[in-house]
Design a protein around this ligand. Sequence first.
Ligand code: PMP
Length: 419
Amino acid sequence: MTTFSAEKIRQDFPLIKHHHKTLAFLDSAASSQKPHQVIERMDRYYRYEHANIHRGLYALSEKATQAYEQSRTTVADFLTAPDPKEVIFTRGCTEAINLVAHGLSHSKLSARSEVILSVAEHHANIVPWQMLAKKIGFKLHFLPLTENGVVDIEVLKELLSERTTLVSIAHVSNVLGTIQPVQAISQLCKDAGCYFMLDGAQATPHLEVDVTSLGVDFYVFSSHKMCGPTGVGVLWGKRQHLEEMPPYHGGGDMIEKVTVDGFSITDIPHKFEAGTPHIAGVIGLEAAIIYLKSLDRLGALNHDIELGIYLREALRSFPYIRTYCPNTTASALTCTSFLEASWVGIVSFSHLKIHAHDLACFADTYGVALRAGHHCAMPLHSYLKTSSTLRASPYLYNNCADVDRLIEALHAAEKVFLA
Ligand code: PMP
């Protein structure tokens, strides 16, 4: 029996409460709304606890340092990671991927190397590799998808070789909402002796993540998609890999000693956290994790999936609408464990007669917030042979009334645009 109640959750989100009569916010995959618990924690920090961290010799700074480092422990626990030192705070998922790309570029990637991505990647997991490939000369491969919207394992098996340095894919697609068969991929990467990185930007808002049992080398995510503040994210990496990688930025906090002749580097995690970090953001991220962990997370996932199914079924009555989400039956999509889950409820769709941008702008006049365009996944849109889609991404605080509002807006749009 689930204890999850979206109606109760809605009370925790000031923005949702404030706009409840006029807004159906269906763009949480871009950035989620924030519960008052997160807002109040950050407010408290700025009002009563702020000081710079790691260098102050006074109580206030020590307290701020403790709060910042406590968040590292909470993140490690959230990812079921063995050691908080393996948690690096970044500006977000994008910066975390760039950090790994930079780190591997120094001694692990050469012109002979190959890196395997998928066609479903967010640009954050494509462009850093393309930039490096151009500089170093290694080859990039893009895995195709199966009918179920996950990477084709058979093609991966063919591509993997002793030249492969890294396989890097999104744990959950930000367009299709599909969950990758991570364990199978991880085993293949282990057999091939290459690194395996997961971009967890769309996974951590919905799934319980255990980096050890997933068998990954690097895992990255952003706080703002999972009820936390913007401007903060995480790179988790296996200790040995992080120790082998050079620092990303130079500056304060990442050194042991500096002379006019040079510098020596401090240990992980601080080696990767040069300069004053987003202290309030890191503390807010901890509050978001505490909030998410206080919920029945499996119930929440099934709630998101059920809303996705509700929307998918409603869209079936529109002859000109094509959906890009699993066709599987509802009973096969809802799940009794996180391991079983194959989808997080994201529904992308296109209208054969009305441009996605026109529909999104029209829906806005009905108070429906949707994403329209390529969602930073242009290669996937080319692969799907469409230039743009609309995306509805249900989350904790959405309800059937939000989906009904969207459907009403679509009917009204057809009356106007197809008249
Ligand atoms: N990867 C995926 C799958 C995403 O959905 C996003 C955000 N849309 C990112 C990476 C980039 O995240 P951020 O902009 O927070 O760095």
